[in-house]
Write a protein that binds this ligand. Structure first.
Ligand code: AMP
Ligand code: MG
Length: 407
């Protein structure tokens, strides 16, 4: 038996960050930059109005009030878009819209709410300070400034900023492409009629979804029966589009555990007993001409998903170049005693909550690795180390925080 840390260590030595690519911004969403994005021009690119109103010389309207309004002729209109040829001479003003370029001569904007909204002349009842309602050139970003440094994870805001400084493409590590295959002659596609003794394939769907949630592009191949030739042919076919292969089932010591047989033959995959619960049998190695990493996960649905959390997700995060590669971890107090087999690291399905300002965890499932509904009630996994068999109620435990989607 090897430890979880040893198995993960071997995986992380093998998988490497993917080579950078120029991608369009929408394809780069969720990826990690491998260049500095530098603004060629300032942001804002020119002085402009932050309000709909009137561009004025502040000195012309100084002292304007409800009781002593100032009336100015309006000599033109400036919309957002065109560069303004207008110049505001002393004693006049120009109507201006939000985002429109400030005309020469003006140094403040009177919002329309401070006026009667006049077209040819306007009555102003409140005086703006110099610079009021004007967004200054370079106020957000200076020309030549690095707005997104190498290593930035591109979320929605960062994608927006890259576009705002004029970039349509950026250099990023692409999302790893993950191909997911379920093995098992008992498996039936959900939606089809279930014959006695057969079960629906849930793993290929869950693992594909988990890969997407980890930041990958995932392809679900679906079900392959326990037939070595079919499995070998499927894996060989899929290699062209895979940065990572994930299989479920067929890795234990049963008579029809074909994944073991096929993967051992195709590459450097080895099968180990990892000291963990759930998820003990684990296959990992590389196959094919490009030494594509392949994970042979156990078939029990909770084992498959916990193995994904423990081994596949960190590997995908490393390939993406994302940091940290681990889920967030907190210490939480167990509300009920937690137990774990000796010598194994347990990943227990728990509900993590904040009570009276402190994290607490409560088990929501028994330890059976077929209890998928129990996993769906959990929002976290309590991690009980190898040398601990019991965490008494009231004692702290390390907890991996899982994301909850669609709830
Ligand atoms: P195996 O690892 O192939 O021995 O499978 C272990 C257990 O997980 C068996 O009860 C299988 O029926 C079940 N199982 C295997 N693959 C899947 C799958 N894709 N979806 C749901 N259950 C599965
Ligand atoms: Mg099987």
């Amino acid at each position: 038996m090897i430890t979880v840390a040893e198995h993960l260590g071997r995986i992380l030595e093998t998988v490497q960050p993917l080579a950078p690519l120029q991608l369009g911004l929408m394809d780069a969403h969720g990826c990690v930059l491998t260049e500095d994005v530098v603004a060629p021009d300032p942001l804002p690119a020119f002085d402009n109005s932050s309000m709909d109103g009137y561009a004025v010389r502040a000195a012309d309207v100084a002292g304007a009030s409800e009781s002593a309004p100032v009336v100015l002729p309006v000599t033109g209109d400036i919309a957002a878009g065109p560069a303004s040829p207008l110049r505001v001479q002393p004693g006049v003003c120009v109507r201006i819209m939000t985002g429109a370029m400030m005309p020469a001569g003006a140094d403040a904007v009177v919002p329309v709410e401070w006026t009667d909204g006049g077209i040819s002349q306007v009555t102003i009842t409140r005086a703006p300070a110099v610079g009021a309602h004007v967004r200054l050139v370079g106020e957000d970003v200076a020309a030549g400034e690095t707005v997104l440094p190498d290593g930035t994870h591109l979320g929605a805001v960062q994608i927006g900023l890259a576009a705002a400084v004029g970039r349509s493409r950026v250099l990023v590590r692409p999302r790893p492409r993950v191909v997911v295959v379920s093995t098992g002659s008992e498996l039936t596609e959900a939606g089809a009629q279930l014959a006695p003794g057969r079960i629906y394939d849930s793993n290929s769907l869950a693992l594909t979804a988990a890969a997407v949630e980890a930041g990958a592009i995932a392809y679900r191949v679906g079900i392959v029966p326990d037939d070595p030739r079919q499995l070998a042919a499927t894996l060989e076919d899929q290699l062209v589009r895979a940065d990572v292969l994930v299989t479920s089932g067929g890795v234990s010591v049963g008579a029809y555990d074909v994944v073991k047989e096929v993967l051992s033959r195709l590459g450097t995959v080895s099968f180990d007993r990892v000291a963990m619960q759930p998820g003990m049998p684990q296959g990992f190695g590389t196959i094919g001409p490009d030494s594509t990493p392949v994970f042979g996960l156990p078939g029990n649905p909770v084992s498959a998903l916990v193995s994904f959390e423990a081994f596949v997700r960190p590997a995908l995060r490393k390939m993406l170049g994302a940091t940290p590669i681990e889920r967030p971890q907190v210490r939480a107090v167990a509300t009920k005693a937690l137990t774990s087999p000796p010598g194994k690291r347990s990943f227990l399905r728990v509900l993590l909550e904040v009570k009276k300002g402190a994290y607490v965890v409560t088990p929501v499932s028994g330890p059976g690795s077929h209890l998928l509904a129990g996993l769906s009630r959990a929002n976290a996994l309590a991690v009980v180390p190898e040398d601990v068999e019991k965490v008494p109620a009231g004692e702290p435990v390390d907890v991996l925080v899982l994301e909850r989607r669609g709830r």
